[in-house]
Design a protein around this ligand. Structure first.
Ligand code: NAD
Length: 303
């Protein structure tokens, strides 16, 4: 397949590198000229495994790709699609495995609902430098079409991702998994970012822990009110598991705050809060966390 990976950060490098090593023709697109230049010269590296790939600035690649994988942060989704949709052939598909709610709608606004595939991944990847990532452990990918309809490309892509070692499955009920991940992220990532605590520290300190579980309960109520049949116990257990087993982890939202970068608050906490408001679900804990995270973003953007 001809694949354009838009966003050559941690996740784009992981997926693009593995797909290139599996024999696909991969081009990375990124707004950072230094990143594009480094990848064009040295390729991408996952731990000690290299993959030679092309790289370009937005808008340069035109009209041939079968697939565009979008791996920008959520706040860049709309701009990235507007700049790079021309890289796809007319019936080419877009896959988003980004965190948060609303990426699918922003993408569909550019290419139409029937060309969007949505899903989640829990692969962990840390960016060490341009085109260089560190990956420890394993993850999985689940995705399906935005419209809910089956089509042969879904299965072709699941097989390609699986053969590339990315542990993929075509999953018609992926919407439930997306919402369960958003609830988890809204609770833990947000409170870690606000308190600058690791996941384990949030679990150990009762006021932070209680706040996290209040956000979880509000998120579960919101999902159910929106007709998404999340499994409340599974979400609670995944938060408990992370608090007990991923003790030193700093979620990406905390890493963004520490590095003085904007966060994905609008897609994660903001997306969940908008869904709560649509159905009149009282969400005071989520609302306060969202306001505080947006305030942190405001300081970053205005400095
Ligand atoms: P990242 O910040 O490492 O990379 C994003 C890249 O997008 C950057 O290189 C940036 O320059 C580029 N970019 C920004 N605007 C662009 C545009 N208009 N066109 C092209 N490129 C543009 O982010 P990441 O950690 O790879 O995360 C990507 C998504 O995956 C996020 O939604 C994140 O929440 C999700 N995610 C990350 C992980 C992880 O372990 N890192 C795991 C699961 C999901």
């Amino acid at each position: 397949m001809k694949i354009v990976v838009v966003g050559a950060g941690a996740m784009g490098t992981l997926f693009g590198g593995r797909l290139a090593r599996a024999g696909h023709q991969v081009v990375f697109v990124d707004t950072d000229p230094a990143r594009v230049a480094a990848i064009a010269v040295d390729g991408v590296w996952e731990n000690d495994s290299p993959a030679l790939c092309e790289a370009a600035l937005p808008g340069v690649v035109q009209g041939e790709a079968d697939l565009l994988i979008l791996f920008t942060k959520a706040q860049h989704t709309a701009a990235a699609m507007a700049q790079n949709a021309g890289a796809l052939r007319p019936d080419g598909m877009v896959l988003t495995l980004q965190n948060g709610l609303g990426n699918d709608v922003a993408i569909a606004g550019v290419v139409g609902d029937e060309r969007v595939l949505v899903g989640i991944t829990n692969w962990p990847a840390d960016l060490l430098g341009h085109g260089r990532i560190h990956v420890v452990g394993r993850g999985m990918v689940k995705f399906w079409s935005l419209t809910g309809e089956d089509n042969p490309f879904i299965h072709k892509l699941a097989a390609a991702l699986d053969e590339a070692g990315l542990g993929a499955s075509a999953e018609p009920s992926v919407k439930v998994a997306i919402w369960e991940k958003v609830i988890f992220n809204a609770a833990l990532n947000g409170i870690c970012a606000l308190t600058r605590m690791t996941v384990g520290q949030v679990g150990d300190f009762l006021p932070a822990r209680s706040l996290a579980f209040r956000v979880v309960e509000e998120g579960i109520a919101t999902a159910l009110a929106n007709g998404v049949a999340v499994d409340g116990d599974r979400v609670r257990q995944s938060v408990e598991f992370a608090m007990a087993n991923h003790r030193a982890h700093k979620p990406s939202m905390l890493q963004d705050v520490e590095a003085g970068r904007p966060t994905e608050v609008d897609a994660i906490q903001g997306g969940l809060l908008a869904a709560a408001d649509r159905h009149g679900v009282a969400s005071p804990a989520l609302a306060h966390c969202t306001a505080l995270l947006r305030s942190l973003d405001h300081v970053v953007r205005s400095s």
